[in-house]
Design a protein around this ligand. Structure first.
Ligand code: AMP
Ligand code: MG
Length: 487
C-alpha cells in the first residue's frame, strides 16, 4: 500500500504491544473513488496535521483507506459486549485503528477509520458505512464537544464512490474518528472471557498507564482505576442528562474507559421533556430510555468490575466486596454531578437542601405540560416564557415564585446569575428534524450548505446569538422521531 508523507502524522502503537489476543492486523480495503466531504480543520491543527496536506489527493487517500499514513500499523481491535443485556463476542467489524497520533500538546489520540472494509471481526457485515450515519456521527459528536461533554470526534468524512446496500443502496462513506482511546468496558469483558488473568492484568496496566498514570504507584492501582472509570462514567451520564442527550445503545461495548461519549448510532436529543423518551427503533423495551440512562450506566460499570475481579483482591469474597463498594459510589457521584449542573441551569450559585426538590418539581411540571427541555431552561435564563407549553401554567407560575425566593436568598446580582445560566443552558442542540434536514440535503441532493451552517451554529451553543434563533423551534408533529441502527 502507498505511504503518504509530510502531513504531520506522528503515529505510535502502544495498543498493539498488548498480547495478540486483543487485535488483528488488518489493512483497510481500498475504495473506488474517494471524495472529501468534510474536514475538521481546527481538530486537524490540534492534532498537529497540515490542513492543505490532508485536503490533497494523497491526504484524502488516507481517509479513504486507499493509502496508509506514514508510520501506520493498521489493526482491528477485539472486544465483547452486552448488547441489550445479551453477552456477545464482537470487535471492530468495520473499523481500523491506524495508530495513535502524538499531538503537539503531548496527547496520545487514536486515529480510527470507520467504514473502511471487512476485518476478522466483521461476522456477516460488509465492513462499510453509509454517508448519512457517518455525517450524523460527525454532527452530533461535534455538538457534544461544543457543549463541553467528553466525546470522540470526527476528523473527516469521505465518500467512497461505492454504493452500500441497507435495504436500498446508499452512498458509502468513511468517518475518521479521533478518541482518547477505544478501550471499552467490552474490551475488559473480552479479556476476562477469552483470555487469562494475565491478559486482564496487562490490559488494566495498559489502561492505567494511558488514562490514569497517577495511579501507577498506588497500593491498590486496580481498585483506584475501577473507581476512576466509575467516576468518569457517572459524570458523563450526568452531563448527558443535563442537556437531554439520549445515547440509544448503552451496550457495554459502547462504554469508553476514557469516559468519552462513543459510538453514535441511534442517539438523539430530547425535545419535549419525558423520562420515558426512546428514539431507537430497536430499543423496544425502553432499556435505554432517557430516564434509565443513569441506572444503565451503573450496570455497565458493574460489568467492568466483574471483569477485573481477580485484580481487586486475591480472595474472591473480598474482591466482590471491594467491587460492590466501588459500584455503590456511582449513584452518589452521579447525583452530585447532576444536581450541581441543575443548580447552575437554574442560576443557583450556592447550595441549600431544598434545591433537589425545587429541580424535581420543575421537571414534574415540564413533564406534565410536555414542555420542551432545552427551551424551558432558555426561558428561565432570559426571564421570558418563550416555551409556550408553560405560558399561563399556574403550577409553573407558583414554581417561579418559589424559585425567585430561592434566588433572592443567595444575594447574587441577576447579571452574574444570568451569565452563569447562559453558560449552562444551550441556545441550541442538534434537533432531530434539523439534523434530518441537513442529512437529506447532503445525501439526496448533494447539497452540503445546510450541513456547514448547522455545524457553525452548533459550534458555540452558549453564544445565544441571533442566527441560532431559527434552530430553537421544533415541529409539533404527532409522529414520534425514530432513529435506526441500520448504519
Ligand atoms: P455498533 O452497533 O455500531 O456498536 O456495532 C456493533 C458491532 O457490529 C461492532 O462489533 C461493529 O464493529 C459491528 N458492525 C456494525 N456494522 C457493521 C458492518 N457494516 N460490517 C461489519 N461489522 C459491523
Ligand atoms: Mg459499538
Amino acid at each position: 500500500m502507498k505511504e503518504q508523507m509530510k502531513t504531520g502524522w506522528q503515529l505510535e502503537h502502544s495498543y498493539a504491544q498488548l498480547p495478540e489476543l486483543f487485535f488483528a492486523k488488518t489493512d483497510p480495503t481500498p475504495v473506488k473513488d474517494a471524495a472529501l466531504i468534510r474536514l475538521n480543520t481546527s481538530l486537524a491543527r490540534e492534532l498537529g496535521l497540515d490542513v492543505e496536506g490532508l485536503k490533497s489527493d494523497a491526504g484524502v487517500d488516507v481517509f479513504a483507506g486507499n493509502a496508509l499514513p506514514e508510520g501506520a500499523y493498521p489493526i482491528a481491535q477485539a472486544y465483547a459486549g452486552h448488547q441489550f443485556a445479551n453477552f456477545t463476542k464482537l470487535g471492530d467489524g468495520r473499523a481500523i485503528l491506524l495508530g495513535e497520533q502524538m499531538t503537539p500538546n503531548g496527547d496520545r489520540l487514536d486515529i480510527q477509520l470507520k467504514g473502511s472494509g471487512r476485518t476478522p471481526y466483521s461476522r456477516g457485515g460488509d465492513g462499510r458505512a453509509a454517508l448519512g450515519p457517518m455525517l450524523r456521527e460527525y454532527i452530533i459528536s461535534e455538538a457534544m464537544h461544543a457543549l463541553g461533554i467528553p466525546t470522540t470526534r470526527g476528523l473527516a468524512v469521505v465518500t467512497t464512490g461505492e454504493d452500500i446496500f441497507r435495504g436500498i443502496d446508499f452512498p458509502g462513506a468513511i468517518l475518521t474518528r479521533v478518541a482518547k482511546s477505544h478501550l471499552r468496558v467490552g474490551t475488559f469483558q473480552y479479556a476476562a472471557n477469552w483470555g487469562t488473568v494475565s491478559d486482564v492484568k496487562q490490559l488494566a496496566d495498559y489502561a492505567i498507564k494511558r488514562h490514569d498514570p497517577e495511579l501507577l504507584d498506588r497500593d491498590t492501582p486496580y481498585v483506584d482505576f475501577l473507581k476512576a472509570v466509575i467516576k468518569r462514567q457517572a459524570r458523563l451520564v450526568a452531563q448527558w442528562q443535563l442537556v437531554g442527550f439520549i445515547h440509544g445503545v448503552m451496550n457495554t461495548d459502547n462504554v469508553s474507559i476514557a469516559g468519552e461519549t462513543i459510538d453514535y448510532g441511534p442517539c438523539a436529543f430530547m425535545d419535549t421533556y419525558d423520562p420515558k423518551t426512546v428514539f431507537s427503533s430497536i430499543d423496544r423495551q425502553g432499556r435505554y430510555a432517557y430516564g434509565n440512562q443513569p441506572y444503565i450506566g451503573a450496570w455497565n460499570v458493574a460489568r467492568l468490575a466483574e471483569s477485573i475481579l481477580p485484580l481487586l483482591a486475591d480472595d474472591e469474597k473480598e474482591a466482590l466486596e471491594i467491587a460492590q463498594s466501588a459500584i455503590s459510589e456511582y449513584n452518589t457521584i452521579y447525583h452530585e454531578a447532576w444536581l450541581s449542573g441543575m443548580r447552575k441551569k437554574i442560576g443557583l450559585c450556592n447550595e441549600e437542601t431544598e434545591d433537589a426538590a425545587l429541580v424535581q418539581d420543575l421537571l414534574a411540571i415540564m413533564e406534565e405540560s410536555q414542555a420542551d427541555y432545552t427551551n424551558t431552561f432558555r426561558s428561565l435564563t432570559f426571564a421570558e416564557v418563550d416555551e409556550m407549553a408553560l405560558l399561563g401554567n399556574r403550577k409553573f407560575a407558583a414554581w417561579k415564585e418559589r424559585w425567585h425566593k430561592r434566588l433572592e436568598k443567595q444575594q447574587a446580582d441577576w447579571t452574574s446569575v444570568q451569565n452563569m445560566m447562559k453558560q449552562h443552558n444551550p441556545a441550541i442542540i442538534p434537533r432531530n428534524h434539523r439534523v434530518e434536514e441537513v442529512l437529506n440535503a447532503a445525501v439526496d441532493g448533494g447539497n452540503y450548505q445546510p450541513l456547514t451552517h448547522l455545524l457553525r451554529v452548533l459550534s458555540d451553543p452558549y453564544a445565544h446569538a441571533e442566527e441560532q434563533k431559527p434552530y430553537t423551534t421544533f415541529p409539533k408533529t404527532t409522529e414520534p422521531f425514530v432513529t435506526y441502527c441500520g448504519t
